[in-house]
Design a protein around this ligand. Structure first.
Ligand code: FAD
Ligand code: DLZ
Ligand code: SF4
Length: 509
């Protein structure tokens, strides 16, 4: 008699998962299922669906090798109930199991469904993170502002990463000021390690092609790691070839270089093939061995034990309504250019084009190109959030929503960001080579051919004056705006209105 079912979700592919630790391989049965509801509640990028399904199939095989009995449902199995809860109930009926144990899902939607499933379900903590919900709540308790930097310092002390005794290595917590170099055009980054699809992945690719063909983005070439062993190889490759220059060019953007010196490890971290601590320890070792400089290693570790843990803490602390917030009351529809529609803006074309090809764009492309434009243009943040959740291979709501709704769109009203991440074209011009080949002129502030970021930037500040003019970090911007000649201000606003009217009319911008 089977006593319990151990549910393992597509982003819980970790040998040490709390539900697997709790389960008993003799008497319990593992349930894993490829289901339409998870693949289509947003229309995920085909590469993301393929990554999850291929990694799930291989993880199930590894569990069988380790002595578990796995009930695995493939998408095309005739009995597939189509949803996680449906599959759990079907397997409970089939086996007579009375209880389900699972590790907490990374999304309120699924937590809610499992909590209300008509079968006894025990949800265990997801301890693949370094800070538990309780740790984060304790840290947040009584603080006026939840700034990442202070959380990060605590995480450094807690993990001992880059610590020399009780002091930060190099005498400083943060080397970000060294990490803002534009990239020279002749850089030749190695790029991420690519894996040839094997038979299992090949079957999944055929399935995704047949079933999810209409989803935005290219399925092939598919080269992601789909096992832990491959993900470890990808980690070693990053440490060796990219980490030493990760810091210097972290914020840079170059045409034709989709990855620069970024890790491309977030898809593997987020589905559980890699753990955050082992990744950071490998990076620290590279610093201790003299292979990578401190600004690179500190910057990289901060992203993982700082930002990644912090945004998860915020998502669960703020509660289920977080992803729907719209503090700035922005309501415009997401323009067609986000789905590959025509645009004359070279920066948007580059960021969206590579997103379609690779299901990847790096942080500054997400924040200061596509995110910046959506915020300036007044796009409805829930549509923006849905776009990010669909198009990136690493997008799961616990990490996507705080980055989009909070950091990028300021729709949480300032829980995460102390001021909105907005900029004119000047920032993009400084950090990239996009403007050189653009139909717009970045130096032009008004009139036909002016960069849309330039006019929309002032329009944004002007229309949200009441909220932001008293923000100490934005006083300079309002000072500059107020000192501008009144006629010039009028011209800028009417040029911005013309851009917005074009967006509303579905015309190419
Ligand atoms: P690197 O630049 O090499 O960084 C190393 C690692 O640090 C990443 O693998 C990632 O695990 C972690 N990291 C870096 N920044 C963040 C961050 N802000 N939040 C959480 N982890 C971070 N990251 C996701 O994992 N999923 C998302 O859905 C996601 N959506 C984003 C949306 C927006 C608007 C923005 C601005 C950022 C988003 N990020 C998201 C954060 C960041 O862009 C990605 O983690 C990063 O680009 C992943 O690529 P990489 O592995 O090459 O990262
Ligand atoms: C993202 C995803 C997809 C595309 N498909 C599945 C699936 O078929 N079965 C499954 O167990 N998990 C899938 N996932 C991951 C879940 O959507 C994820 O567990 C939740 O969004 C919570 O993070
Ligand atoms: Fe983007 Fe403006 Fe530069 Fe064109 S000119 S690439 S729209 S920032």
């Amino acid at each position: 008699m089977v006593s319990r079912l151990v549910l393992v979700l597509g982003d819980q592919l970790s040998e040490g998962l709390s539900a697997l630790r709790e389960g008993n391989r003799e008497t319990d049965r593992v349930v894993m299922a490829e289901v339409l509801e998870e693949a289509t509640y947003v229309r995920h990028h085909p590469k993301k669906i393929a990554l999850v399904f291929a990694a799930m199939r291989k993880f199930a095989a590894a569990l069988e090798d380790a002595g578990w009995t796995v009930f695995y449902t493939q998408m095309d199995d005739t009995e597939n109930a189509g949803s996680i809860v449906g599959e759990v109930l079907r397997r409970a009926e089939q086996t007579g199991a009375q209880e389900v144990i699972c590790t907490e899902p990374g999304e309120w939607r699924l937590i809610n469904k499992l909590t209300h499933a008509p079968v006894r379900t025990r949800i265990l903590q997801d301890d693949r993170f370094l800070a538990s919900h309780a740790d984060f709540e304790t840290w947040a308790e009584g603080r006026k502002a939840l700034r990442m930097e202070y959380f990060y310092r605590d995480m450094r002390r807690k993990t001992g990463l880059l610590m020399d005794g009780d002091q930060p290595a190099g005498g400083q917590w943060n080397f970000d000021h060294d990490n803002r170099k534009p990239a020279p055009g002749d850089l030749k980054p190695e790029g991420p390690l690519r894996f040839e699809p094997d038979n299992v992945t090949g079957d999944v690719l055929a399935l995704v092609e047949a079933r999810f063909d209409g989803h935005f983005g290219d399925l092939r070439p598919f080269w992601f790691a789909t096992t832990r062993a491959q993900a470890l190889e990808a980690l070693a490759h990053f440490i060796r070839h990219a980490l030493p220059r990760f810091g210097d060019y972290q914020d840079a953007m170059l045409r034709g270089e989709d990855f620069l010196y970024h890790a491309i490890l977030s898809p593997y971290l987020n589905i559980g093939l890699l753990g955050p601590l082992e990744v950071c320890q490998a990076a620290e070792q590279a610093y201790r061995d003299g292979h990578a400089p401190l600004n690179a290693v500190e910057g990289f570790i901060r992203q993982i034990i700082g930002w990644r843990e912090y945004v998860r803490g915020i998502y669960f602390l703020e509660g289920p309504d977080y992803a729907q917030r719209n503090a700035l009351r922005q309501t415009r529809d997401l323009p067609a250019m986000y789905w590959g529609g025509e645009t004359r803006m070279a920066c948007m074309q580059a960021a969206i084009g590579q997103t379609a090809r690779e299901a990847y764009a790096h942080h500054i492309q997400r924040l200061m190109v596509t995110g910046n434009f959506a915020l300036l243009a007044g796009i409805d943040p829930s549509q923006v959030s849905q776009w990010y959740l669909e198009v990136y291979a690493d997008a799961f709501e616990w990490v996507e929503a705080p980055n989009v709704v909070g950091m990028s769109q300021f729709a949480d009203g300032g829980v995460i960001a102390s001021k909105p991440y907005v900029s004119s074209g000047a920032y993009i011009n400084k950090m990239s080579d996009y403007c050189k080949g653009c139909a717009y002129k970045v130096a032009q502030k008004t009139g036909e051919g002016a960069c849309p970021f330039n006019t929309l930037y002032w329009h944004f500040l002007d229309r949200h004056r009441e909220r932001f003019s008293k923000n100490a970090r934005m006083g300079n911007m309002y000072g500059t705006w107020d000192r501008m000649d009144a006629d010039k201000r009028k011209l800028i606003l009417s040029d911005a209105e013309a851009v917005l009217a074009k967006l509303d009319a579905g015309e190419v911008v």
